[in-house]
Design a protein around this ligand. Structure first.
Ligand code: 5AD
Ligand code: SF4
Length: 507
């Protein structure tokens, strides 16, 4: 990961694959459920491929949102079925693929920098082929193919099935590209190679694309039309994961609330899909991300409330607390509507955490309007947030119609105020958990000490506790004894002499 923890804890959360992590640059947020999405990257090699007769080995570096991480697992599957082996390091690879993000300018700048580094590497190792896939491929094909960069291959998010033929085309030193967007592609019958996974939690993409056209957002242009996967294949994928020992799945889509599948058996919406996945196993924790506030229905909240294994956590990007700005952003809801949805979440699922995305300094935002974002944050009492400075993206509705006129230093100061407030809200939210007990699904050792484990509550809060004889994959009831804005600290309930079963915050 490029991101390092240097900011005060809780300053900003970045979730990469199964991890939520703090990052140093407030403007760098990516794994966002898509963002909801982050400017993080992770490189993954596969299992050792020693003794392979075939030396075509690929290495994927993934940048950006959870959808990209999920897509890289599809790419790994396509390549593995076509005579490629997954390399354990960049050094042993003959093909490196950068799965890229375009959501903000700084995400793209990192890729340009990485491509320069790879070009130098290619000088030392002329056999190395370089591919750019994902949103930047879709948006900037011509620039990427430009000779100076040494890029051999460019493939957009709907072209991964074509990778084997594109790779054949580049064998003779030619460049190859396919960035066509599709109205149908869902990669439905491809079983992802779960190389990002810890064997405990996995992502399942349930839909692709976005048609909301929020005025600041490049995603509808890079990922194309919204399309949903057949629910039967989604349920099958969840079953398969359970049979392999996975205990948690996160259903992924740019706007999962608009998931829709219609066939001769009728219509399946997102609440029905959630119920079907929850019924795969009562022991499977089910999460989803991300929701658009305009579409978050009571039906979904009722389904969430009625299945104990659907995790009580809702990511609901607000972006701004001011109605004029929301309108300019083309968000299609008002401050009042958003706060009513927050009230509905708290009504149906009182122990739910609510997290959000916020953009500071959108076009023409005034000081008063910024203050309304701060006041909405307090009213909604967000448990955590991904916070960004507005970054104009070429081709978006805002870039065509609205001047990017809030000066950088004002954007930075507003972002800083948003982050500081969120730090206080996160600290308050975590303090309120002291004395409660939660079932923690253990993900691994804590970063700071091997004597401690880290895992997550159903609410998706990170908990650190003494390891004792517990291990990854265990579910441990932990009583919370202390907190920081980013982490809960506790002890296993069995260790806690004063604990009683009444301490359990049952979900
Ligand atoms: N500038 C800043 N933040 C953006 N996001 C999307 N587009 C932009 C942009 N142009 C943020 C939104 C979205 C998250 C994934 O990224 O908050 O919810
Ligand atoms: Fe999310 Fe709006 Fe972008 Fe779609 S257009 S991905 S809903 S921010």
């Amino acid at each position: 990961m490029n991101a390092k923890v240097t900011f005060p804890i809780g300053y900003q959360l970045e979730s990469c694959a199964s991890n939520i992590k703090l990052i140093s640059e407030p403007v760098l947020l990516t794994l966002h459920p898509f963002g909801s999405n982050l400017d993080c990257s992770q490189s993954f090699g596969g299992k050792s491929t020693a003794n392979m007769s075939n030396n075509r080995k690929f290495y994927i570096e993934t940048y950006g949102c959870q959808m990209n991480f999920s897509d890289s697992e599809i790419v790994a599957s396509v390549l593995s079925q076509n005579e490629f082996q997954q390399a354990t390091s960049l050094e042993e690879a003959s093909l490196v693929l950068l799965n890229t993000c375009s959501i903000r300018d700084n995400a793209e700048q990192r890729i340009w920098k990485r491509l320069k580094e790879l070009k130098s590497l290619k000088k030392k190792n002329p056999g190395l082929q370089i591919g750019v896939i994902g949103c930047m491929a879709s948006r900037l094909k011509d620039e990427l193919m430009e000779g100076g960069l040494a890029v051999d291959l460019v493939a957009g998010p709907d072209s991964y099935r074509a990778l084997p033929s594109l790779l054949t085309n580049i064998e003779n030193g030619q460049q190859a590209a396919n960035v066509a967007l599709s109205a149908e592609e869902t990669y439905d019958n491809i079983e992802p190679v779960r190389f990002h996974s810890n064997g405990i939690s996995a992502f399942i993409s349930i839909m692709r694309g976005c048609e909301n056209f929020c005025s600041y957002c490049v995603v509808p242009f890079t990922r194309g039309k919204e399309r949903s996967r057949n629910p039967h294949t989604i349920v099958e994928e969840a079953r398969e994961l359970v049979s392999k020992g996975y205990q948690e799945v996160t259903l992924l889509g740019q706007n999962v609330n608009s998931y829709k599948w219609e066939d001769e058996n009728g219509l399946v919406g997102f609440p029905d899909l959630m119920a079907r996945i929850a019924e795969v196993s009562p022991l499977l924790r089910v999460r989803f991300t991300t929701s658009h506030p305009k579409d978050l229905s009571d039906d979904l909240l009722k389904v969430m409330a009625s299945y104990p294994n659907i995790c009580p956590a809702v990511h609901l990007a607000v972006q701004s607390g001011n109605n004029r700005v929301l309108k300019l952003m083309n968000r299609k809801y008002t401050r009042e509507w958003y706060l009513e949805r927050v009230a509905a979440i708290r009504h149906f699922i009182p122990d739910a955490t609510i997290t959000t995305d916020i953009i500071a300094g959108f076009c023409s935002e005034t000081e008063e309007e910024h203050k309304e974002t701060l006041s909405l944050m307090e009213e909604a009492a967000f448990d955590a947030a991904f916070m960004f400075r507005y970054s104009e993206r070429e081709g978006t509705l805002a870039s065509k119609r609205l001047p990017d006129d809030v000066p950088d230093e004002i954007k930075a100061r507003r972002l800083d105020e948003i982050i500081k407030l969120q730090q206080n809200l996160s600290a308050r939210s975590n303090r309120a958990d002291i004395g409660k007990s939660f079932e923690v699904l253990v993900e691994g050792k804590s970063k700071r000490s091997d004597d401690f484990l880290m895992g997550r509550t159903p609410q998706n809060k990170v908990v650190v506790f003494p390891a004792r004889s517990y291990k990854s994959g265990d579910r441990v009831w932990v009583k919370i004894k202390g907190s920081t804005p980013a982490t809960l600290k506790g002890v296993p309930v069995t260790d806690d002499s004063i604990s009683t079963s009444d301490d359990h915050n049952i979900r």
